[in-house]
Design a protein around this ligand. Structure first.
Ligand code: DGL
Length: 262
């Protein structure tokens, strides 16, 4: 048993969609979340910059005694997780676009992937597509501008809706029946996506799979927490706390959100 917190980071509020899945699956765990909103979006940065920012976030979480780190960002996972694993002594759990289940269940043979430029151009994304989507047409779409709008609390605005509609059109025209959300910010767009997508198109994200994998690794490494009373959840943002708090609804346990300059 180990009651140290799980550390989680993202370029902003996106990873809160993952945090929610983790909290549901692992209710006895304390957590520390870093929203590096000041440096969002990661998706437009070079691999070197993404690795540098991921190291900075990891070191801060390790200073807080985290026993395991969830890289709740597809862009940071696909560009930096191999480096992080080689550099720091704790287990890392990452997130990648869920191409495999989408390809497995697709009937039309066409799957759409909405993700950042950084994720779509990464070697890890290419090898996953190659290995797990034989005979499937993968239609890639960069979600340029969406992360910024979500970070600004504009995730349900008319402007966001129009942008999303543009991005979905080529994928719908090609006949996709599964839409893979390849960025942890995008689950915050699900209400809009449900308005825009025909009923037959399934939305796939990787949150539950990440939470299951985290459970498995904690169990295997004997790092699961005991039931130690009320859990604590600390959220740090290096931007405006007011923009973070609306995402923290339906949380059991003690949660606090702070500004921190990191
Ligand atoms: N939420 C992140 C992801 O999953 C990062 C998006 C960004 O900062 O560009 O890719």
């Amino acid at each position: 048993m180990n009651n140290h917190p799980i550390g989680i980071f993202d370029s902003g509020v996106g990873g809160i969609s993952i945090w929610k899945e983790l909290h549901n699956r692992l209710p006895y765990e304390d957590t520390i979340y870093l929203a590096d909103s000041k440096n969002a979006p990661y998706g437009a940065k070079s691999k070197e910059e993404i690795v540098h920012l991921s190291c900075k976030n990891t070191e801060l979480l390790l200073e807080h005694g985290c026993k395991l780190i969830v890289v709740a960002c597809n862009t940071a996972t696909t560009n930096a997780i191999a480096y992080l694993r080689g550099q720091y002594p704790v287990p890392f759990i990452g997130i990648e676009p869920a191409i495999k289940p989408a390809a497995l269940h697709s009937r039309s043979g066409t799957v759409g992937v909405l993700a950042t430029k950084g994720t779509l151009s990464s070697a890890l994304f290419h090898s996953t597509s190659k290995n797990h989507a034989h005979g499937i047409d993968i239609i890639e779409q960069e979600g340029t501008g969406l992360v910024e709008l979500i970070e600004a609390g504009q995730g349900s605005s008319e402007h966001t809706k129009a942008l999303l509609q543009n991005y979905l059109k080529p994928m719908l025209d090609a006949g996709m029946d599964h839409l893979v959300l390849g960025c942890t910010h995008y689950p915050h767009l699900i209400p809009l996506l449900k308005q825009l997508l025909p009923q037959g198109v399934r939305i796939i994200d990787s949150g539950a799979a990440v939470a299951n994998q985290t459970f498995k690794v904690l169990e295997k490494e004997r790092l699961l927490a005991s039931d130690h009373g009320v859990t604590t959840h600390t959220f740090y943002t290096n931007s405006d706390v007011e923009l973070l708090t609306p995402f923290l609804t339906d949380v059991n346990g003690e949660q606090q959100a702070f500004f921190k300059d990191f």
